[in-house]
Write a protein that binds this ligand. Structure first.
Ligand code: HEC
Length: 167
């Protein structure tokens, strides 16, 4: 769905005119825009940013470079990679790091991966994974490493030890 600062009537007309097949929500008081940290105070509107959320409402990926001409296609490609990354993660990583990346009791000295996307970019995540020495570089192709990084960078930062409670 999209979130816009404009009135519902405006967004309704926009959806009809452009034949949009997704919701355009009206955030006229800018409260959602501000909570997501994308308020452009100078122009009193939202910056163009896309958030990929999971079913539990966790933000898994933030896309700040939005090209309106290709954004639909770009998002489909991002989700495809994310899903590939998820299946690789389940096959190769979850037995030590847990399904949600926050397990520290499945293997000795494991570090939680939740929130890693806040401190490392995708390439750094790949390097850190290879450097840790548990999965050899040759096991995956370049595209697979990139897809894995997309998924791992969005692992949620959880507090407490309920690492099996969430996907
Ligand atoms: C056999 C258990 C095991 C497997 C399998 C494993 N890891 Fe790890 N991983 C660890 C341990 C233990 C550490 C901590 C190593 C250290 O401190 O040197 C670690 C560290 C890391 C780090 C560095 C974290 C940081 O904060 O610096 C990343 C990133 C990582 N693993 C990602 C992955 C990914 C992605 C996979 C799957 C491709 C994976 N690991 C598979 C056990 C494992």
């Amino acid at each position: 769905m999209a979130v816009s600062f404009r009135a519902p009537e405006f967004n309704r007309d926009l959806c009809a005119k452009e034949s949009l097949n997704f919701f355009v929500l009206s955030d006229t008081d800018r409260s959602v825009i501000k909570r997501y940290g994308v308020y452009d105070a100078q122009n009193d509107c939202a910056q163009r940013v896309t958030f990929l959320l999971d079913k539990n409402g966790f933000i898994r990926r933030i896309v700040r470079q939005v090209n309106p001409a290709t954004h639909g296609k770009d998002l489909v490609e991002l989700v495809r990679r994310w899903q590939l990354g998820e299946s690789i993660y389940r096959d190769l990583c979850a037995r030590c790091h847990g399904a949600d990346g926050n397990a520290t009791d499945l293997y000795p000295n494991t570090k939680p991966l939740g929130g890693i996307g806040n401190r490392m970019g995708d390439d750094e995540i790949v390097k850190a994974t290879i450097a840790s020495g548990f999965v050899h570089e040759m096991v995956l192709r370049k595209e697979e490493w990139q897809a894995l990084a997309v998924f791992v960078s969005g692992l949620p930062l959880l507090t407490g030890d309920k690492h099996d409670a969430r996907p």
